[in-house]
Each structure stands twice: as structure tokens, then as C-alpha cells.
Design a protein around this ligand. Structure first.
Ligand code: NAP
Length: 283
């Protein structure tokens, strides 16, 4: 049985769907089982990273676990998740981390997954760390502006990134959850090419058949934008510094790791945009 945390989120929900479709026994963890939309046949358990007892109960009987933490300066939940897995004897741990983890150039957000990565590597279980680049689905936050015909906010200038389709992250997660031969490695997951925000809006304009413009945000505007999204002050500072890192070209990274695991190249941003065009369509 495979425990999936973050089971209602972007990556975890697809991991649950893919595992269930393969006939694997899956347990999905969420703080709100009553309102979680998880397909029939999947066991749903209540669990909260802030309640370690709930994590031990959720891990009980699992052979493998997919660990999705909450990004931010408080890393106790990652360590609590690994401790709960250890207490329950879970044999394989796959941690969702982030690209450039441990790189001092990224600023505070480069430290957010360090303790969790260390915990899984030192857990004694088979482990895999996944470090994806920026998700293509982050651009869903532009949908309202695009529908309204207003410029989308650009926090990263012309900085190119190896933007990855979240479906590829989930497919890789499923493979490494099921295949112990791929364990003991840190995979940096990117798309097949780098693309900047203006590059992404150009792709969207082509896919949607209408202009999509951007507006560069100053650091102060970026901070306000992130706080307005509901992020805490420390999270906002971390993302602000990370945005400056991207703007300087620090995240212009493309790897072959998706192909190494899945045996095919990663999807492009254009493929993601074509498959998600309905989200941007005028209502
Ligand atoms: N977005 C990117 O570009 C990007 C790039 C690289 C890495 N990452 C990493 O990806 C991870 C986020 O993954 P995602 O985007 O798939 O998640 P997401 O869509 O933001 O969803 C967050 C998930 O975390 C769960 N959660 C939040 N607080 C919780 C708590 N206290 N206890 C238990 N569960 C809790 C939520 O479950 P419930 O609300 O149902 O409880 C939800 O399933 C982060 O670690 C981030 O650093 C993101």
C-alpha cells in the first residue's frame, strides 16, 4: 500500500490517480477528507503535518510513501513525516523537493527542503528525492488576467527556466514509488527546453489565438503580489529572492532525468498549454 501525502494538490492528486489506475493500493492523506475529491476505491485518511500522531496512523501498513511538504522556513513537518514513516517501518520514501535546493544563490527558499532531503536520505529506507523546476501549471494563476485581457504579472523578467509539466513530475513519482532499482538518487526534473515568462505568454497567445501581454513587477510589487496571494511574510521573502535568482539566469537548467526515468522526453510548455487551453478561455 502506498501512502500519498499532498493528495489533493497538483502533483499528489495525479500520483493518486495514476497509481489507482494501475490497480495499486493507495491511501490518500488530506486534512479535510470530507471535502477532498478523490476517486472511489482510494482509501482517504485524515492527517495533518502539524499533528504528528495523525501521521503515524496514516503511515501504518504502508510499504512506500510520497512526501509532499509545505514549502517554507518551518521544516519540522518534513522531519515529522520521515519520523512517522520510520516508526511505521515504511520501506521506500519519495520526497518532492525543488530545483536548486541547497544552492546559496537562491536565498532562503533554497534551504526549505534541505532538512527534509537529509531526513529521507538518512532514514534507512530506500529513498528518492525529486527536484522539479517551475511547474507549467503555475501559469494557471494568469488565467483571470488573460480572460480579462489585462497583462499578466511577471516576477522573473527574461529569466529562462526548464519549466516542467506537472504530469511528468507525477509520472516520475509513480515510477520511483514502484521501482526500487531507481532508488538512492536525486532527480532534477525539467522540461526539454528553457522558457521565460515572455516566452510562455507568447506560447499562450499562439494557442489561444489572441494577444497575451506581461507587466514587469518591481521587487516591492512582487512582495505585495505574493502577500495578496495569501503567502506569509517569510514565504514571500523566500519567493522574492528566488525570483531574483531566476531573473539573473540562475535557473536556466535543463536535464535528461525525466527521459532517464520514463524513457521518453519531457513534455514542452506548449503541450501543457494546448492541453489546458480551456482554463484560459473567455467565459
Ligand atoms: N509550484 C512549483 O513551481 C514547484 C516547483 C518545484 C517544487 N515545488 C514543490 O512542490 C510542493 C507542492 O506540491 P503541489 O504544488 O503539488 O502542492 P499544492 O497543489 O500546493 O497542494 C498542497 C498540498 O499539501 C497539503 N497540505 C498543506 N498543508 C498541510 C498540512 N498541514 N498537513 C497535511 N497536508 C497539508 C494539501 O492538502 P489538504 O489541503 O487536502 O490537506 C495539498 O494536498 C512544494 O514542496 C514545493 O516546494 C513546487
Amino acid at each position: 500500500m502506498i501512502l500519498v501525502t499532498g493528495a489533493t494538490g497538483t502533483i499528489g492528486s495525479e500520483v493518486v490517480r495514476l497509481l489507482a489506475a494501475r490497480g495499486e493500493k493507495v491511501r490518500a492523506l488530506t486534512r479535510h477528507p470530507a471535502k477532498a475529491r478523490i476517486q472511489p476505491g482510494v482509501e482517504v485518511v485524515r492527517g495533518d503535518y502539524l499533528d504528528p500522531g495523525s501521521l503515524e496512523a496514516a503511515m501504518s501498513g504502508a510499504t512506500a510513501a510520497f512526501l509532499v511538504g509545505v514549502p517554507g522556513p518551518d521544516t519540522r513537518h518534513d522531519e515529522d513525516l520521515v519520523a512517522a514513516a520510520g516508526a511505521a517501518g515504511v520501506g521506500r520514501l519519495v520526497k518532492l523537493s525543488a530545483i536548486a535546493t541547497g544552492d546559496p544563490g537562491v536565498g532562503p527558499s533554497g534551504t526549505w527542503h534541505v532538512a527534509g532531503e537529509r531526513a529521507v536520505r538518512e532514514s534507512g529506507a530506500e529513498w528518492v528525492v525529486l527536484r522539479p523546476s517551475s511547474f507549467a501549471s503555475n501559469t494557471l494563476s494568469w488565467a483571470e488576467a488573460i480572460r480579462a485581457g489585462t497583462p499578466v504579472p511577471n516576477m522573473t523578467g527574461d529569466g529562462p527556466q526548464g519549466v516542467i509539466d506537472p504530469r511528468d513530475v507525477s509520472e516520475v513519482a509513480v515510477r520511483v514509488l514502484l521501482d526500487g532499482q531507481l532508488a538512492g538518487r536525486t532527480y532534477t526534473l525539467t522540461g526539454p527546453e528553457t522558457i521565460s515568462v515572455p516566452g510562455q505568454t507568447a506560447v499562450l497567445a499562439g494557442v489561444l489565438g489572441r494577444p497575451v501581454t506581461t507587466r514587469d513587477l518591481s521587487p516591492e510589487e512582487t512582495r505585495e503580489h505574493l502577500l495578496a496571494w495569501g503567502l506569509g511574510a517569510a514565504q514571500a521573502e523566500g519567493i522574492l529572492a528566488g525570483s531574483a535568482f531566476v531573473r539573473r539566469g540562475g535557473n536556466a537548467v535543463v536535464t535528461d532525468d525525466v527521459r532517464q526515468v520514463l524513457g521518453r522526453t519531457a513534455r514542452t510548455y506548449r503541450e501543457w498549454a494546448q492541453d489546458n487551453r480551456a482554463a484560459f478561455a473567455a467565459v
